[in-house]
Design a protein around this ligand. Sequence first.
Ligand code: ZN
Length: 310
Amino acid sequence: MTAPPPESSDVATAAPSAAPAARDAAPTHELRTDPHLGTRVHVVGARQQRPNLPSDGCPFCVGGREAPDPYDVHWFPNRWPAMPGERCEVILYTSDHDAHLWSLGAAGVRRVIDLWAERTRVLGARDDVDLVLVFENRGAEVGATISHPHGQIYAYDHVPERPARRFAAGWRPDPDPGRRLVARVGEWTCTVPHAPSFPVELSVAASEPIGDLVAADDEQRDTLAQLLVDVLARLDQLYDRPMPYMLWLNQRPSDGSSPDAWFNIEIVSPWRDAGVQRFIAAAEVACQEYFNPVVPEELAERLRRLPGAG
Ligand SMILES: [Zn+2]
C-alpha cells in the first residue's frame, strides 16, 4: 500500500476560520543525529506555535473541532504533527470527557484496542513506515494538554533506537516475576520490571508470542482489555487520585526487521508518592543510570492488594 495523498489530513482536519496560522505554513521538521552519541533529535520549531490549551472548548467532545459527529471511538490526523507526512494521529477513546480509559470497562477498552490495531495495520502497510508507536500521555504532569481521554500514534520512517535495542536483545516477558507479579488475566500478565527506571513502571505481555495487536485474536483482545481495565484502575487507586502516566505499545516493526518481536505494553509514572513527582535529575541525565526510591517488589505488592476492577 502506498501512502495516502498528503492532502488527506488537510481534508480531514480542515479547520474553520479559527485555523491556526501555523497550519498553513510549510511544516518545519529536521531529523538530526548527535555525532557522538547517535541520539536522534527531531527539530520541530513550528510546534512552538501550538496552543497549550484550545480557547474554544474541548475539541474532542462531540461537536468540538475534531469530533463534529457522535462517536464511540474516533481517530484523526494530528493538527500539530511532530513529523510531516501524515505520521501523527490522535485516538479518542470515548466521547465522555470525564471518563478514564479504565472506566470504559472491558467492552469500551476493547473498542480502543480494535482502533489501535486498525490504525497499526493501515499505517504499518505504508512503504514509508517502519514502526507504528501507539501511546498515551495521561495527565498534565506528563504533558497532556487536553484532559479528554485520548492517545496518539506516531508512524516512524525508521525504527527508533530504544525499540531497536529491545528487539535486538530479543525482549521476552519475565518467565518468573515472583513477587513482582501485579495481575493476570487469561494469557496476559502485568508485572513490575526487575530494574525499572521509573518509580511506577509496569510491563504487560502475553505468555505466548504475539507480534502486534493486528495479530491478536478476539479472545486475546478481550482479555487484554480486561487486564488493562484492572491495572489502570489499580494505578488510580494507589494514591486515591488519577495517576499521571505514559503508556506505549511495543509492537513488531512493520518493516520486517524483527519478525520475532514480542508485543508488550509499558506503563510508567513519574509519581513516587501521591502528587509527588520524581524528577530525572542531573546525575541520571548525565549517566543514564537511575536511582529509584520505590522498591519494585513492594510496588507490586501494594498494587496487588488494591481492588482493581474487582
Ligand atoms: Zn472533551
